[in-house]
Design a protein around this ligand. Structure first.
Ligand SMILES: Nc1ncnc2c1ncn2[C@@H]1O[C@H](COP(=O)(O)OP(=O)(O)OP(=O)(O)O)[C@@H](O)[C@H]1O
Ligand SMILES: [Mg+2]
Length: 602
């Protein structure tokens, strides 16, 4: 196993389960390695927030210069100079802290996002196939983005803590000046806090609905756009619009609702503030006539009123942001972190293939409710070549899916060289099988990269050799950039047969002890198939091979042919033997005209 692969398997092992709570996930996977930068950022952030306490005081100190007598032995300008210097020094401290705050944020934010992204994409890559059959790739992508953005809520959260400190300190100062004004402020603040508390629940709900509606739209849109060829083929533009319409309407409705709830959340208390400001001004005027407040204190009170109200406004504004981001992130995380159906056993061993003896023992399997395989038994001996035949839906691909451990059987076991595949690591199992699927898909990368996927780090001459054996070299050399040509989204720039040949080349390069072909040559013309057949014969020699095919002629050279119907084996033997038996295989063989099997209803 290469170093890269062993690193990947280490990750997979720790990825088996993610914490239930989003915050535990962040603390376990996102923050380690960035604690220092995060704490330094928080400290400087706090210092910068203190400008909300300092600015009203700057005004108070400056106005007080004109009200209070100059200390003995000092000129007015000397006295003023020391106050101004103090103010400037504090201003410089805040500005330098702002710089440090941003530098430290730049040190943790990209790393943390990257860790979250890597961890979640590894996790979904390791997820069972059943995870993917129920989901759309576009939606999963958006959900990973939401969780990544969710961590940023920590910035808003810390901002709120600092803003609370600003309010508390200012309130303390006001209290030291005049109790009436302080009580006035306290009433407004307490009302605001209670109001926020009550509104948080509907706000959260609105944010969750909005995020779920949005990721639904994006999942369906990506699905619709990526099937553009089907849409074109069936002139389906209007149908697609109609299909997406209900989801879009739901998104619009939830967006509007979220907007109204948020407006209501901070719009209503503004009216109360306006009235309170008037009362505060009158209070100051009255206290002045009583000689209980100085001009410097009135200036300070005025300034604090705006600072405190502005700060409360900011807090209130931030809360919807936090609930929005966290609501979306926690919902997305809930869906992404679902436990895996297929997992490695603790301390699972590596699979050691000695000769490739495969045994399906009393295997029963159902996807959801309908049984696809019942008490299925099949023994493929070392180095044997077995062909699998049967009408569409008989369960052939399912059998291979179980062998690859894309799913676990509901009952029974599958053994390779006597080792139950459930007890070995999935990576070692899949590394031992070269599998050419029924519908090979490609990355939107170069032909070379797509083939190299079979053997990471393969040399160019190995890639070329595998391509020649898969009859892919000639068509590759005909493309613009040869092995460096891009294949397009999911291989769209290639013909079906070309895609199949790239997948075959990939399997040749993998050079695994067990070979599984699921309709591997179904899209090839007869001439190319004959050319590849020779390579297959060469590749299959000494390897256990399981080949599924509808075109029975491709299975003539198999040691055994297994005929399946409704998830059971109904016939078993060599081609000639089965023909002599005049059973299902002979019937299928007869029905093949031009080499193809006519599908019949089972
Ligand atoms: N992911 C899935 N979820 C639910 N049912 C499934 C799933 N995949 C396959 N099936 C069902 O299981 C049955 C067997 O499917 P399978 O793909 O194994 O057939 P097959 O023999 O390979 O057919 P074909 O020759 O058309 O490839 C079918 O009825 C199919 O509808
Ligand atoms: Mg199939």
């Amino acid at each position: 196993m290469s170093r890269k692969q062993s690193q990947k398997s280490k990750l997979s092992a720790q990825n088996l389960a993610l914490p239930k709570s989003l915050w535990k996930f962040y603390f376990k996977y996102a923050v380690p390695g960035s604690w220092g930068a995060l704490i330094a950022w928080a400290v400087f952030f706090f210092i910068v927030s203190m400008d909300g306490v300092l600015f009203p005081n700057f005004q108070r100190w400056f106005v007080a210069l004109f009200e209070n007598p100059v200390p003995n032995g000092m000129t007015f300008m000397g006295h003023a100079m020391s106050t101004v210097m103090l103010i400037v020094a504090l201003l410089l401290l805040i500005d330098i802290s702002a710089l440090a705050r941003d530098v430290f944020r730049a040190r943790w934010a990209p790393l943390v996002s990257n860790r979250i992204w890597t961890q979640l994409s590894d996790y979904v890559h390791d997820q069972s196939i059943s995870f993917w059959t129920g989901r759309m790739a576009g939606k999963v992508h958006t959900q990973i983005l939401y969780v990544t953005k969710g961590f940023e809520a920590i910035v808003d959260f810390w901002r709120i803590v600092c803003l609370f400190a600003v309010v508390a300190l200012n309130m303390g100062l006001i209290f030291s000046i005049n109790t009436y004004v302080a009580i006035m402020f306290a009433i407004v603040f307490v009302f605001r806090a209670i109001y926020s508390w009550v509104m948080v629940k509907p706000m959260n709900k609105a944010a969750k609905d909005y995020s779920s509606a949005n990721s639904d739209v994006s999942g369906k849109s990506v699905d619709s756009i990526s099937n553009f060829s089907v849409v074109k083929l069936f002139a389906g533009t209007a149908r697609e619009r109609a299909y997406l319409e209900p989801s879009r309407q739901r998104a619009i409705k939830s967006h509007k609702y979220k907007f109204y709830v948020q407006r209501w959340f901070w719009g209503f208390p503004m009216i109360l503030w306006d009235v309170c400001y008037g009362i505060t001004l009158l209070l100051c005027a009255w206290l002045y006539t009583q000689g209980k407040i100085t001009v410097a204190e009135i200036v300070f009170t005025n300034s604090v009123f705006f600072t405190v109200m502005g700060t409360i406004g900011q807090i209130v504004n931030q809360i919807p942001n936090i609930t929005d981001t966290l609501g979306a992130a926690s919902r997305a995380y809930e869906e992404l972190s679902v436990p895996m159906d297929v997992v490695d056993m603790p301390n699972a061993a590596q699979l050691h293939v000695t000769c490739g003896d495969i045994e399906f023992r009393n295997v029963s399997f159902k996807y959801k409710r309908k049984w696809v395989l019942r008490n299925f038994n099949l023994h493929i001996k070392c180095g044997e070549r077995v062909g699998l035949v049967g009408a569409s839906g008989a369960g052939k691909t399912t059998l291979v899916n179980l062998l690859m451990r894309f799913y676990d059987p509901n009952a029974g076991e599958i053994l390779i060289d006597g080792q139950n595949i459930k007890n070995v690591t999935q990576n070692s199992l899949r590394n031992s099988i070269a599998f050419i699927p029924q519908e090979p898909t490609m990355f939107n990368r170069t032909l070379r990269e797509n083939i190299e996927y079979g053997k990471p780090g393969a040399t160019m001459s190995e890639i070329r050799r595998a391509s020649k054996r898969a009859a892919a070299h000639d068509f590759i050399m005909d493309t613009d950039k040869k092995y460096d040509s891009m294949v397009g989204d999911r291989g769209i720039k290639l013909s079906g047969g070309q895609r199949q040949r790239v997948a075959i080349a990939r399997a040749f390069l993998k050079d695994a002890p067990i070979l599984v072909l699921d309709e591997a040559t179904s899209a090839l013309d007869s001439q190319t198939e004959v050319a590849i057949q020779k390579s297959f014969d060469e590749l299959a020699s000494g390897r256990t091979t399981l080949a599924i095919a509808h075109r029975l002629s491709t299975l003539r050279n198999m040691n055994k042919i297994v005929v399946m119907k409704n998830g059971r084996i109904i016939e078993y033997g060599h081609h000639d033997e089965l023909l002599r038996r005049r059973g299902e295989y002979a019937r299928l063989w007869k029905m093949q005209s031009g080499g193809f099997l006519q599908e019949d209803n089972q």
